[in-house]
Structure formats: structure tokens, C-alpha cells
Design a binder for this molecule. Sequence first.
Ligand code: AMP
Ligand code: ZN
Ligand code: FE
Ligand code: FE
Length: 290
Amino acid sequence: MDYSDNRGIDLHIHSNASDGTLYPNEILALAKKLGLSAIAITDHDTIDGSKEAIETGIPSDFKFLTGVEISADPPPSFPCSGSFHVLGYSFRIDDHILHETLHTLQLARKNRNPKIIELLNNLGFDITIEEVINFAGEGQIGRPHIASLMVEKGFVESIKKAFDKYLGRGKPAYVDKYRLGCSKAIEVINGAGGIPVLAHPSLFTIREEKKFEDLIAELKVMGLKGIEAYYSEHSKDKTSYYIEIAEKYGLLITGGTDFHGSLKPDINMGSGRGNLHVPYNLYENLINSI
Ligand code: AMP
Ligand code: ZN
Ligand code: FE
Ligand code: FE
């Protein structure tokens, strides 16, 4: 198969093993239909989606990378607000330290969800954890499931409103969750033979007067290997800036849409809000670095 054509890749996709709505086999079918040349399933704190895709069988039409997205704490010297996530690619799927680490994160989520529901109940919403579990199916529950159920029950008009009014950080039903330190997240991914990448850098802001570049330098010392420069919510200028920083620090450049199926209906696999094109050579660079 010749991949030197113009087909795009998508290295940031959520399945219903976390808060995406498609089964892994449906993701494979859609990637094939869209003519993508490489994809990765990067669920929050679980590799079940990647595993299931491999068990299903990857079509020969495109390349597939194992993936995960870990919610992490930024380095203590770079306090951040927003979503600080570390992506991992192409790790050994049976690595037991990775498994144990993810298991701890999954337990933390299980403890957190009933607390969110309790806060919503205190705010007067009639919603139970059993309803959320039924609604989410077998995958692990995240706030988008709760938000979506709140829409279905007529409590809020949209998922975005549910976050803005209740579930987002600092809002009345927000519950913090246990996170790995980023150095640990990076170490675990490297330890499993994978490639740790800083996810969607535009989705967090560094508090205090500190430079993004210095954060990258510190993460690189910890073992970071790449930056997700191409992303649905990144402007062209932002993408160029992250590419420049990645090149300056000798890091890989990756990209993906953060496709979640109908839980983020505006984001399409492979093209984000319609105009995202992530070039295939990024996949090649990533594979060649292993
Ligand atoms: P959780 O894993 O439960 O912390 O939820 C994280 C998920 O919630 C990610 O997929 C985010 O994209 C989504 N999310 C976080 N903040 C918002 C927001 N303000 N509006 C919509 N989705 C959000
Ligand atoms: Zn998500
Ligand atoms: Fe993320
Ligand atoms: Fe994501």
C-alpha cells in the first residue's frame, strides 16, 4: 500500500471504552470510509478501546497505533488551569505497570462519579448513579456522560451548558479527581515502550508569568517526546507556533481531532470542525523514532 498520498491521519479518537460514543469496530469502519491513513484510539485512562480494535482486526487500508490519554498534574513549578493531558502511543498493550497505573486512575474515577451525582442531587436534580451507568454502557464514565444525561432529562439545553453551569472546574457540581503527576505519566508510557506526547496545549493556561517554552523544556527532561500541534481547536497560528517549539526542542509533532462521536457532535473524525488535515508524514516520523 502506498501511503505517500495526501490522506490524513487522526491520532486522537475516543471510543465508548471512555466517553466516545462509537464502538472500536465502528471507529475502524468510519476511518476506512473516510480514507484516513493512520489512526489511534486514545481513551481517557484506559486502553480497552485500543485492545478491542486490535482484537477486532485492523483493516489493511490504514495503520493503527495503540493509544491512551492520561489526565495528569502539570509540573509543580508550572501550575496550570484547564486540561493538562498526556497522550501515549505505540506502547506494549500488555505492559503490567501501565495496566496497574491505569487501574488506579479508573478506581479514582469510580469514586468520583457518585460524588458528582450527590452534588447534583443537592442542587435539586433528580439523577442517580445507576442511571448514569446505564446511560454510559460498559465503558468508564466521564463527565460528558453525566452532562449528556442531564440534557436528555431536560435539566440543561446542551452538554456545554451542563459544563459551564455545573460540571466544569469551579462549578457547583465539580469534583476534582486524582491525577498522576506528569513525570509519572511520561515515565509509565516510556516504560511501556511508548511515546508520550503533550495533548492539546491550547486547552490549558499556565498560571503565573511563566513561558510555555520553559514548560516544554522541563517536560522534555522528564522524557516527553512530542507535542500535539494539530488539533480541532487550534488556530493555524497556534499550530505553527507549536510546530516551531517542537522543532526547537527536538520533539515529534502529532495531531488529531479529539473525536467523541455524538458526545461532541461538532467534531468529525479526521477533519475536526471541517478544516483539519493532519499529514501522514507525522505518523511516519513517530514510527521511525521508535
Ligand atoms: P472527565 O474525564 O470526566 O474529567 O471529563 C473530561 C471530558 O470532559 C473531556 O472529554 C473534555 O473534552 C470534556 N469537557 C471538559 N470541559 C468541558 C466543557 N467545558 N464543555 C464540554 N466538554 C468538556
Ligand atoms: Zn473525553
Ligand atoms: Fe484531552
Ligand atoms: Fe481527548
